[in-house]
Design a protein around this ligand. Sequence first.
Ligand code: TXA
Ligand code: MG
Length: 347
Amino acid sequence: MKRETKILDIDSRDIDARLLGIAAAVITGGGVVVFPTETVYGIGADALNDEAVKKIFKAKGRPSDNPLIVHISDMEMLDKIAVDIPLEASLLAKEFWPGPLTLVLKKSPLIPKTVTAGLDTIAVRLPRDPIARALIRAAGTPVCAPSANISGRPSSTAFDHVFDDLDGKVDVIIRSCDSEIGLESTVLDLTGSKPVILRPGAVTSEQLAKSLGVEVVDDLELQENDVPRSPGMKYKHYAPRATIFLFSGEAVTVRDHILRQACKLSAKHKIGILSFKPEKAYEGYFCISLTREGDLEEASQNLFRTLRQFDREGVDVILAEAVPQTGIGVAIMNRLKRACNNKIKYL
Ligand code: TXA
Ligand code: MG
């Protein structure tokens, strides 16, 4: 059922305490608020209120077996929601919080099962976006928040993405800047014998290994073999309406192959090309470049917006170039592989 969604304009450099107070009161009153974070926009509710948490699943159309990340504003909140916190968590929190790192820890009984989809672990993040932190602090309660998109669609990195997906389904949307990073946080499981990355993000495995002084295992192999440690990984994700084909290989080989495919397919399909090079490499075709100078950070900021743009243009086949798997490139490729359902061709 459609309800009225209030839009609040808040500037992260000069937070309006009155507007923030309105959003915080909606959270404490059991409502749902979309707010910006440095990774992607989140759709949040009071993590201690079971009924409020259910509203998130409903608004997103999210399967109830996919647990949510709980966002905190300070380390005191961590002690309330997690138990047996290992030393590694304190080390990583010191180095990477506030920031784009989510830690999976043992859950405290205070957190309702709805949040963790019945698991005895909990995913926690202390975001660095000033509005996100001020909102959680003002609400005085941990806020669980998945990405603010309809389940399965690309995550929202700008207000207009949120509005397209969730207007009429939530109580409040905070309108702020576009997301600084543009990809969701790195999820690191600290509950096993070794730290395992369940989802790559802006904090890389190299950074984590350096900080911990131990090897950090990447769970990607497991995910590709369909034995996901992170429940969310079994679902198709980040998908625009178009079918995506992803091509990896030497730059010139990939370009020539995409040009041949585009020529062949364009008689029957509206083709879009997702490139990592300047658009003129694909003259004559509808091409969006994630970055002109091969900058992976810029590419990550633009990825989800670009997938949504192809939808708006009515593209039905996207031919995409793979990006180099270094730094945040690992996370970009993770999202692209999942968006194309692993239809990747190595040339
Ligand atoms: O950057 C982010 O992480 C954003 C912003 C809003 O903070 N949030 C986000 O949430 O991406 P979501 O729900 O779209 O993704 C959360 C991922 C899912 O893959 C979920 O399965 C996993 O984290 N997850 C949550 N709790 C978990 C747990 N206890 N154990 C393993 N994986 C968990
Ligand atoms: Mg998500």
